[in-house]
Structure formats: C-alpha cells, structure tokens
Design a protein around this ligand. Sequence first.
Ligand SMILES: Cc1cc2nc3c(=O)[nH]c(=O)nc-3n(C[C@H](O)[C@H](O)[C@H](O)COP(=O)(O)OP(=O)(O)OC[C@H]3O[C@@H](n4cnc5c(N)ncnc54)[C@H](O)[C@@H]3O)c2cc1C
Length: 490
Amino acid sequence: MAEAARVGQGSEAGLRALEERARRDLAMLEYPKREWVPPRTTRAGERVLDVLVVGGGQGGIATAFALRRERVENVLVVDALPAGREGPWRRFARMKTLRTPKHVLGPELGVPSLSVQAWYEAQHGEGSWSGFDFIERETWAAYLAWVRELLAIPVQNDTRVGAIRWDEDESCFVVPVTTHAAGRSVGTAGILRARKIVLATGIEGAGQWYVPPLIRDGLPKARWAHTCEPIDFAGLRGKRVAVLGAGASAFDNAAVALEHGAAKVDLYFRRPELVRVNVYRWAEFTGFLRHHADLPDAEKWRFVRRFWEAGQLPPRPTFERAARHEDFALHPGSPWQDVREVEREGETVLEVTTPKGTFHHDFVIVGTGFRTDLASRVELQAIEGHVARWEDRFEPPDGERVDELLRHPYLGSSFELTERAPGEAPWLRGIFCFSFGCLVSCGLGGASISGMKYGVDRLVGGITRQLYLEDAERHYAALDAYDVPDLEAV
Ligand SMILES: Cc1cc2nc3c(=O)[nH]c(=O)nc-3n(C[C@H](O)[C@H](O)[C@H](O)COP(=O)(O)OP(=O)(O)OC[C@H]3O[C@@H](n4cnc5c(N)ncnc54)[C@H](O)[C@@H]3O)c2cc1C
C-alpha cells in the first residue's frame, strides 16, 4: 500500500490487520452478488460505461464505492489532477484541521472498518482517537488516499473532461477527455462514452471561484491572489496584506500570511459584524440531510435562503489562529468601493476605499469564494442551454430574491439535471450534479463531508433506478429465459 496512504509512525501491522478486516467485512456484506447492468457497446464496438464519475475527490470515490456495492461495476472515475492532489486538501486548503468535527462520517458508507477512526486507531493505537476533536487536513487527505487504494477504485488521473454531448443514435453521452502524461503540457485527446455521468467536480463544480471585477480588472495580477490559488506566503514577509471576505478560507489565509511574517493583515467584510452561528452544524441531522430534497419548492427555498442569510464563518480555531496576532485587524461593515494602485511616499501601493475610509496595502488575498454559473463549466458548455435553473422554475416571494441561489441547477430528487424546455433534452436526466450546486434542490449532498452519508445513497439510488428502468425490457427477457433448475427433474 503506497506510503501516501499512511500518516505518522503508526503500526504497519495494525493497518494491515485493519485492511484484512475491511476486506472480510465487505465480503460479508456482499449482497446481492450478481452484476446486473447489461453491458453496452456502440455499433462500432466501443465500450460504453454504465457510469462515468467526473472528479476523484471524496465525492467521486464514495460514489464509485457505492455503485460497486450495488454491483454496478462498469464505472470509471476521472480526475484532471495527478493522484493524491485531488480536491483542495493538498493544494489550496490552508486550515490546520477540517472544519467539520471528527464524528462526521465520510466515504466509509456504513462499514466501520473503513472509517477514518478505524484507520487512525489502526496506526496510532486504541484510544488515540479521543486525543482531538478535529481531524488534521493532511490526515484526511491521507485517509481518502487509503480508502481509494484499499477499494481499488478505478481512477484515471491527469484526465480532464471537456464538453459533454448526447449521441442520440447510440443513446449515450460522448465525453471528450484530454489526458496529460506527467509533466507534459500537451495532452492526448480521447473520447469516453457513458450512459450516466456524475459531476463530482467540487465545491465550485457548478460555477467558478469568484474574483470581484473591482480587483480582477482594477489591479495587476501580481498584486492579488484568490484563496484557491497558490500564494507565495514567504514573499509576503514584511508586507501589508488586505484580505477580502470573512469566511473560513479568508481567515486561514490571513493566519498563514501572519505566520510567514506579514507586517500587517487587515480583513474586510460587508456585514456589520462577524457571523458567529454556524447553521451548517444545525443541518447535521437525518431529517434535513436525508429529506431536504423531498420538500416542496417553496420550503426548499425558505430553508436554503435562511442558510444564505445566516452566512459563513471561520471555525473558532481558525478565527483564533489569526486573531492571536496583534498585527491582525478586522474591518466589519467595509465593502470595497474602490481599489487601485497609487504612488505614495515613493512607492506604488494599493489604495482600498471603503465607507469607513481609505487604507493602503501591498497585496490582496481574495477570499470571496465561488459563484454558481453553469455556463462557465467546460463539461456543460455544449448542453447548459438546456439545463433548468431555479430561476426558470421558481419565483421567490417578494423581497426574497437571491441571484446566486436562483442560478443553482433545478435538480430532480436524486441530483439529476432537468430540462429547461421539457422534451427538448430528456437525456439530461442522465447527468447528476454532485457539487455544491445541489444545495437548493437537494441540500448538503455533494461537495461536503456532512452531506455524504445520505447524499451518496440518494444519488446512487437515482442512478440504479434509471439503469434498471431503462433496461426493464432486457431484464424481463432475462427473467423469461431464466431456467436454472433448483430441483433435478424427477
Ligand atoms: C478549503 C476548503 C476546506 C473545506 N473544508 C471542509 C471541511 O472541513 N468539512 C466539510 O464537510 N467540507 C469542507 N469543504 C467542502 C468540501 O468537503 C470539499 O470541497 C471537498 O473537497 C468536496 O469533495 P468533492 O469530492 O465533492 O470535490 P473535490 O474534492 O474538490 O474533488 C473534485 C475533483 O474534480 C476534479 N475535476 C473538476 N472538474 C473536472 C473536469 N472537467 N475533468 C476532470 N476532473 C475534474 C478536480 O480536479 C477535483 O480533484 C472544504 C472546501 C474547501 C475548498
């Protein structure tokens, strides 16, 4: 088992024993045993996948595992990034620990020997789990790598999905991919075909990371970076850094800049005061996690709009990590009205104007998260015009309009895309949005650890339902032809 899947000097033997136990548990839980999806090829004999999963992060891995448990095996996971770099954990996540408490379950899907606790204790000993409340970020990344490897999930890394199309003749999706061999800039083009597609493309998977035009168009790129980008923190030593935004990533990056010797960090946000209540903690109960998707539209809207209103906040340890520095300052009620380069005391600095005054900095860290915009997703570029959004299906009550939420895809109850114009693109239901874009329609399903337990179950239930119903004729024919005797002729 690759070294990346292990953390610390924990007992090799302990982990081996756990892996043995996990294999035995899975074998014991293997029912039904029979693979059941009739294989498909094109007229030209090309393989058609039952399910293509785009994204090899925790969501994609858990989905592929759940499909396998339902004996849907003709599955491939692809990820644009190299193995071990999937998701934010080893790229731009800069928190020390996860934001969700350690008891929030993930991709183990109910198998205790696959849980992060079992994996941790196998290496660090019985009881070691009680020594902390939040899992370290690198530990989580290593755990995900272990699950993927132990379950031998078929992931094709360095493979980016392009604009998906529907092939009416072959009744399947045509998916262009570009595969990058390690270090090579020019990729190899290829085509995959699939009956169903899961877009487990990350928290920003229904849009893009967002940079306010004020900054994007107003400042040279060398003067700013979004929290999702690589940042040369050593280069910020002695600098005056401005952070825009008050979510967890904004505070993470403020703390890292201070820890690297930034002269001062000023964090600006619009609200009159910091959000102090995390409504996502409220959401961690069966009712909401399992059944938000079953609510009528007006209720779905009401709940999620309340989330939106409540806002995001840094977990306490993240807040304290930044606030303990005396060179850290908060600027509530300070939306940016302008930002530009100006000459001042013989140097070019950044001048930020807020309703509360003008401030000068050397570098900006943009902590403004992401925006939902299906048209900006390369995977959907050729088909997004057919995809219904909430704004196409729902008129919010007066005074309740939230453009960001109305841009969310209007999904079916198993995360499937729906048509803007019924009848124009019925095949859209074969694409499942398992990113944060599912929030209004299906709650916390895709792109959160909190929503994984019920989200993966609902998603995979929707996929197997479609596969079975679409092949009902073939299954009936198989039943009709079934003649395996249980009793010898007498
Ligand atoms: C900094 C940060 C911290 C977070 N902390 C927490 C936390 O503590 N607790 C919690 O519950 N949630 C947290 N989240 C939210 C969420 O759990 C994570 O975003 C998590 O990574 C989502 O998992 P995922 O598998 O859905 O997406 P990701 O892990 O982001 O994986 C998506 C993958 O899709 C691939 N991909 C995207 N587009 C394509 C394409 N066209 N072709 C091929 N591959 C593609 C990407 O390369 C990426 O590897 C955090 C999010 C961020 C950004």
